[in-house]
Design a protein around this ligand. Sequence first.
Ligand SMILES: Nc1ncnc2c1ncn2[C@@H]1O[C@H](COP(=O)(O)OP(=O)(O)OP(=O)(O)O)[C@@H](O)[C@H]1O
Ligand SMILES: [Mg+2]
Length: 577
Amino acid sequence: MLKRVSPYIGEYKKYTVWATVMMSIGIIANIVPYFFLYQIISPLTRGEQVGASFILIRVAAIAACEIIFSVTYVQGLTFSHIGAYNTLKNLRVSLQGKLEKQPLGNITELGTGRIKKVFTDDIDQVELLLAHAIPEGIANTAIPVIIIVLMFVFDWRLGLLSLVPLVIGMFAMGMMMKSGLEKMNAYYESAACMNNTIIEYVNGMEVVKVFNKDGDSYKRFGDRVRSYRDFTLDWYKVCWPWMAIYSSVLPCLVLLMLPFGSMMVLGGTITLDRMVLVFCMSFAVGPSVLKALNFAGKFPQLDYKIAELEKMMEHPPLKEGTASFKGSGLNVEFKDVHFGYEDTEVLHSVNLSLKQGTTTALVGESGSGKSTLAKLLVHYYDLDSGSITIGGQDITDMSLEALNDQVAFVSQEQFLFNTTLYENILIGKPNAAKEEVLKAAERAQCNEFLERLPDGIETQAGDGGKQLSGGERQRISLARAILKNAPVIVLDEATAFMDPENEEKMNAALDEIVKDKTVLVIAHRLSTIRNADKICVMKEGKCIAADIHDKLLNDCPEYKKLWDASVSASTWKVREA
Ligand SMILES: Nc1ncnc2c1ncn2[C@@H]1O[C@H](COP(=O)(O)OP(=O)(O)OP(=O)(O)O)[C@@H](O)[C@H]1O
Ligand SMILES: [Mg+2]
């Protein structure tokens, strides 16, 4: 397990080493007092006279040992915590880095709850391993081992006796771990499920309220919480009896030592001073072993959590190249593209070429794969087979930065960061001057609503942009893309939320923006793309025809159907009463 964590300890390894050194000094300081104790007890049991100074010096030495132990213990814990928390930081940064390179689909599949749990709770558990289990575990194992060895040195029979509670305790612990392990996976699954449900419940509160689904939704929430409770109790129920056995048997060493030791003293097989010393030492064994075993009990849990963490990190990352963009020209080619989100393929052998400086539109029924094709061009996912090239260079060959420099994407689902609208637009080109940002906002028709907002462009967008309407969010995203000014533009229903008047203005702005660019546009109103250089008709994950509007209207019945539906929708009015 430590091997799994050690790459993340990195340069902080020295702190863990120092912590172990400190703890080892503490262990010595913990054991040495027994020798001073022996020196005090020995003459007393033989009735020899010793001076007060003889005793005082040893008492002072014992006190000094205790001080050394306290200081090294605190120092050891300080070092181990510095090492541990820096390792947690490394783990989180590394996880974030790996998550960033994952196809988006994998992240959505995992669920926010599970990701949050791994990022916070599971990684926090590593603290227990590094900051406590390693240094304290070592100390609490070493102390009883040394003491038992010493007991054997003093008297092998008492040494043997000291092993009895230890063997019983270890057996109980082993049984607890074995039966606990069988239930552990189910327990953690249930915890992850509860996490996801809680997050879903909170995020979906709006839908729940509007559709009066309080009851249903709460029932699911309640079921998951109850199931978590049941799994927890189930787990504890199998662990408790064994826990009770080892926690009551381990401190029993003292009780065994006293009668057996006394009998041996009376039988003359051991001297009184040795028996008293062994008796005193037996006090230290139980609590230390108990602490060590408690840490040992945590290891399977930790192992599970680290495995979970690794599972998340070991998902094959996106096939991202390192090359910069070195394509010749900006023609985009989709060649024999096959893609499926999970097991079912949603795009089947799509071939499409976008000529540099032209606009290509994707049309088709809902679910025909338009957005999926658009997302593949910005490398949200890896293809199952086939290729996508820009200027002849495969997009998997270039780094995401290089690809992002070439392509701007305004997606169907808009996400804004909870910062000012200005900052949200600035993401498109972080080094842009203020005038450029304002100009981009104006071109994306943002001014009309920015003027209404109390802080204008400095207004906070709210969590995910929730303080804006869908159309407003979309216009901010568009401003971001305009500012970016990439040579290839992908617009997925960029004007879907707009009223006709704004849409007209926006289309005029778009016409200007997309001039001389390679554009892939998906529009719900076909009238907006009738002048496109090429229109690709998608059906059930295939590109069934690609031509200009007039030709398609004649040759492609599927397109004619879509066109008629779109025209009748735009002329459709609510019948006047
Ligand atoms: N993240 C996802 N995981 C699994 N399946 C998905 C995912 N996103 C889309 N799909 C499925 O892939 C298919 C194509 O979806 P896509 O979003 O590309 O359609 P679309 O043509 O853009 O539809 P619309 O016009 O409604 O936006 C659909 O069957 C959809 O259910
Ligand atoms: Mg779509």
